[in-house]
Write a protein that binds this ligand. Structure first.
Ligand code: ATP
Length: 234
């Protein structure tokens, strides 16, 4: 089966140093891949490469089986790939929540009424329909996170790239977030430092180390309390 995302030998340089060094990755349909690794390892950089926001100096990127090099190649795939930025404030820009969540569908051809319906559905799916008429920039950090995700889901993407989705999310909303992501039937890359969240959701895990990815295991130690860790395999 053609992978939805295929990266081969990617190298990305920053200030003379390689952030990604010959990194390769294949993401299959319906796979939920967790990527973990220390701060500054290059996880966000990797996600940005997938949607063409970052250009590698070497290597190949294919989306849904199509090689992508320049901006024009990436553009048609962006509506199919929802990217949750690490910082919600980089993602939200409309005055109200409903307008923000409807923006994507409206921008890709939905009518105003159709886009609003999709927005309200996405908000309801995340249990935050009550936020629809709120002013976006006055939301709490956790609320913003969920609104950003609603904006992606309203696009009905085939792939989700989630950069620290649990940032600022409380226990109750965490359950909603988890349920929404479990219900999503596309492929997903989940960059997270939250091992417990990742362990419950991911079907595969990889560790970013020295600018490349190694397969990892999601491990649950039988302590008094459940204590999930990620270990490199082998
Ligand atoms: N615009 C930039 N200019 C220069 N260096 C940058 C820039 N953005 C990121 N970097 C550097 O690139 C490296 C990789 O950053 P990246 O954000 O991809 O890491 P990360 O694994 O996502 O980290 P974290 O877990 O802290 O989010 C870091 O050393 C970072 O300082």
């Amino acid at each position: 089966m053609i992978p939805v995302v295929a990266l081969s030998d990617l190298t990305v340089m920053r200030g003379g140093a390689a952030v990604l060094r010959g990194l390769s990755l294949r993401l299959g349909m319906r796979e939920r891949l967790a990527i973990v690794g220390p701060n500054g390892a290059g996880k966000t950089t990797l996600l940005r490469c997938i949607v063409g926001l970052e250009r590698p100096v070497a290597g190949r990127i294919a989306l849904f089986g199509t090689a992508c090099g320049g901006e024009r190649d990436f553009r048609p795939f962006r509506p199919r790939i929802g990217f949750l930025f690490q910082d919600s404030d980089d993602q939200l820009f409309c005055p109200t929540v409903a307008e923000d969540v409807a923006f994507g569908p409206l921008n890709t051809g939905a009518t105003a009424a159709g886009a609003r319906t999709r927005a309200l559905e996405a908000l309801a799916a995340l249990g935050i329909a009550h936020l629809a008429e709120r002013v976006t920039h006055r939301l709490s950090g956790g609320e913003k996170r969920l609104v950003c995700l609603a904006g992606l889901l309203a696009m009905r993407p085939e792939v989700l790239l989630l950069d620290e989705p649990t940032n600022g999310i409380d226990a109750e909303n965490m359950a909603r977030l988890r349920a929404a992501l479990e219900a999503f039937d596309g492929a997903m890359i989940l960059v997270s430092h939250d091992a417990g969240f990742v362990a419950g959701l991911a079907t595969r895990a990889m560790l970013m180390r020295d600018g490349a990815l190694v397969e990892a295991e999601i491990h649950d130690h039988p302590h008094l309390h459940s204590h999930p860790h990620l270990h490199p395999k082998g």
